[in-house]
Design a protein around this ligand. Structure first.
Ligand SMILES: [Zn+2]
Length: 301
């Protein structure tokens, strides 16, 4: 039986009609399609945009491998499946769905978390796929901001680091995290969030009890940074956020972070992905309620 877990009066009122199709409930419906051979875009019904740049596994011979120097080509295994699990939970338990932009093209062909020259190794044939992906993120954010006062943007990845924990990237380096009071909020991916929370310190926004890391940690998913782990140890591997996080959280009224998910316990099996998706959606609602000018009771309308 489908459940309405969303803890607010609106959902209690709606719960009696939860089994009806969304349209009959007067709820918005998400639509999704491929906008080219590899780029899949979902037009969502809530102010959350998730991009998945490194989960693709298609590697047709007709598209040359990238061969420019010093590039990374590792696939973030099962991150496409992970965002689909998130979408499933959102639809079934909340009756609203995120905007999603993902590529099915393998990273050795195109890197959708780099600027154009490195992403394509300057191969003009690939420019269209790069532009389609990024234009779709931009236009998803535009759609959100036409309806909501702000937008949560998440760039979803998977890391291969030995410590099995989520790494949240706020464009704050490992060294800076150890001395967070010296970091300028305006240089981070939560600058728009800071505008909404004038009294909150950066440390509170990323390691306080209502930070995304602390909320996920409390749901059983170890996360750095969080109240429990404010920064990685000097010797630890850590990703602090890449091209997409910097590009899209630089827009007015857009805040967010990169999520680098661990494999064991999050991505490895369908059951783990479903369990993560539940915690993730609960955390998004809790995070928006506690920190932002967004009201989850209005999502999906
Ligand atoms: Zn990645």
């Amino acid at each position: 039986m489908r459940k309405c877990l969303f803890p607010c009066l609106v959902t209690i009122l709606l719960s009696a009609s939860c089994k009806k199709p969304l349209a009959e409930q007067g709820r918005a419906t998400a639509t999704a399609k491929y906008i080219d051979a590899f780029t899949w875009v979902q037009n969502g019904t809530m102010p959350l945009v998730i991009s998945v740049p490194h989960g693709g596994t298609l590697a047709p011979d007709s598209i040359a491998d990238r061969t420019c120097p010093n590039i990374t080509t590792a696939v973030d295994t099962y991150t496409v499946e992970l965002v689909k699990a998130i979408d499933s939970v959102a639809k079934q338990d909340y009756q609203f769905q995120p905007f999603i932009v993902l590529t099915q093209l393998r990273r050795i062909k195109l890197d959708q978390n780099r600027d154009l020259p490195e992403a394509t190794c300057s191969t003009p044939f690939k420019y269209m796929y790069w532009s389609n992906f990024h234009n779709a993120i931009d236009s998803s954010i535009n759609t959100v901001l036409a309806k909501y006062p702000s937008c949560l943007y998440i760039d979803l990845h998977g890391h291969g680091h030995p410590i099995q924990r989520l790494e949240l990237g706020y464009l704050i380096s490992k060294a800076q995290l150890q001395n967070i009071s010296s970091v300028t909020i305006g240089n981070t991916s939560v600058r728009a969030l800071a505008v909404q929370n004038g009294g909150q310190t950066l440390a509170n926004l990323i390691t306080g009890s209502n930070s995304f890391g602390s909320i996920m940690q409390a749901k059983g998913f170890p996360t750095v940074p969080s109240a429990a782990m404010p920064f990685p140890a000097v010797a630890d591997d850590y990703f602090d956020g890449g091209y997409n996080t910097a590009r899209y959280t630089n827009r007015a009224n857009v805040f967010g972070f990169q999520i680098e998910s661990n494999y064991t316990g999050v991505r490895a099996t369908a059951a783990q992905r479903a369990q993560f998706a539940k915690a993730f959606m609960q955390s998004v609602v809790q995070y928006c309620t506690a920190n932002t000018n967004l009201s989850p009771s209005t999502f999906g309308e």
